[in-house]
Design a protein around this ligand. Structure first.
Ligand code: NZQ
Ligand code: ZN
Length: 388
């Protein structure tokens, strides 16, 4: 195992009945909150009223900033920064999925650090501070509720890029699984695929001395495989919603990568798809992952993929290469079984954009994606083509 530092001081309130506790925690950071939310689902399902009511009861004044898009755009962030400054906001409270929380992170950082928000994303400007963030998660997927990353889209430059800073790690997050009962089967399946992808990005590496972390990963993957389909079929199943929600936070908060050398491969390829065609993040990952594994399957990678198949999908095959092939097919079938469209064509990606996206993916990665196996532009293009 490699040396590492693990420091994730986000205070989690998990379960029903914590809205008042959460509001009191917010109050400890200030008395004026910017409420950031998306297209309105939180107003229809009552979550907005629950949280804003609890904040008012705790003596926190609120200012609304709604309309954050899935694949959140930098324009919505700019408008949020203006509001935060105009109203002298003390704390940012996103209520939503990853898009809302990610937008809130850039609002919080840009309000304090000054300048143009996009410059923080492209690392032209340093994050010198941020307003505190207290998030209310309504969709189990990205892990943004317990990590310091954020992914923002710029429609003008056709870029969707990740950035991060310890300054935007949420101080506290409210995880009430009952809040996810209204998530559609499509978004539930996509969220499950996203949690699995975060886990697999950490899991698939050649150095294998981190037995403990890989065993945590296998447990998380088994949890998603067991409860993802249940939550898709039975939206009110609280046991399924609870397990998925807690899995989402642990898949990406640093636990699974501790002690390992790893860098992500599938996410950079997916971010191009979302940037060019605004597709749903988790769906893009599900389409890409089996094709990525198939592309890099070799005598060197087969043992790890076979281990994944045996421990996650209970594959019995003893030959590593055959077990790895079976694992990849089983993963594909799993995503299909939860009704994820499994080709790029089905989600509206145009074939003549593949070359452009492969080029831009490699440019954003600095010339090569250094992951389980290094990927160059021709590898990315071949993987995109295999997804058609
Ligand atoms: O817009 P609203 O009304 O909120 O509706 C949303 C949206 O339409 C809806 N939804 C959320 N909670 C709901 C609900 N509908 C009914 N009931 C509820 N309780 O679901 C739709 C999708 O929401 P979104 O926030 O976009 O989904 P998700 O959580 O999957 O976030 C995706 C974004 O996060 C980024 C992705 O790239 C993408 O932009 N990621 C962020 C990461 C991070 N911060 O660490 C890592 C991830 O790998 C990922 O890249
Ligand atoms: Zn993701």
């Amino acid at each position: 195992m490699k040396d590492f530092v693990f420091h994730v001081p986000t205070k989690i309130f998990f379960g029903e009945g914590h809205a008042a506790d959460f509001a009191n925690e917010v109050k400890a950071y200030g008395s004026k909150a910017l409420i950031v939310y998306g297209g309105g689902s939180v107003k229809q399902n009552g979550i907005y009223d629950d949280i804003v009511g609890a904040l008012h009861d705790a003596g926190v004044e609120t200012v609304d900033h709604g309309g954050i898009e899935p694949n959140p755009r930098v324009d919505s962030v700019r408008a949020g920064v203006e509001k935060a400054k105009e109203h002298d906001i003390d704390i940012v409270v996103p209520i939503g999925g990853g898009s809302t929380i990610d937008a809130a992170k850039l609002i919080a950082a840009s309000t304090v650090s000054g300048g143009e928000p996009w410059d923080i994303v492209i690392k032209k400007q340093a994050v010198t501070g941020a307003l505190p963030i207290a998030s209310v998660l309504t969709l189990a997927a990205t892990g943004s509720e317990m990590d310091s990353g954020s992914v923002i889209t710029n429609l003008e430059t056709k870029e969707k890029l990740g950035w991060g800073s310890p300054e935007v790690l949420p101080k506290t997050s409210l995880l009430n699984p009952a809040y996810t009962k209204t998530v559609s089967p499509y978004q539930t399946a996509s969220g499950t695929a996203d949690i699995m992808s975060h886990t697999m990005e950490n899991y698939f590496s050649i150095d294998d001395s981190a037995y403990l972390e890989d065993s945590f990963s296998e447990g998380l993957l088994r949890t998603c495989i067991h409860y993802g389909p249940l939550a898709v079929k039975e939206p009110d199943n609280l046991e399924a919603r609870s397990n998925l929600m807690w899995a989402s936070s642990w898949a990406i908060n640093g636990l699974l990568k501790s002690g390992k050398t790893q860098s992500w491969s599938v996410h950079p390829m997916e971010h191009e798809l979302s940037a060019y065609f605004d597709i749903t993040h988790g769906v893009g990952l599900a389409i890409l992952t089996p094709r990525w594994l198939r592309h890099l399957l070799s005598d060197k990678t087969a043992p790890k993929i076979a281990r994944f198949g045996r421990r996650v999908f209970d594959i019995r095959e003893e030959d590593d290469m055959k077990a790895a092939e079976e694992a990849i097919d089983t993963l594909y079938d799993f995503f299909k079984s939860i009704d994820i469209p499994m080709s790029l064509r089905e989600v509206g990606v145009e074939e003549d954009a593949l070359e452009k996206m492969a080029k831009s993916c490699i440019e954003h990665a600095g010339g090569v994606i250094r992951g389980f196996v290094d990927l160059h532009e021709d590898d990315v293009l071949a993987i995109y083509k295999a997804c058609f």
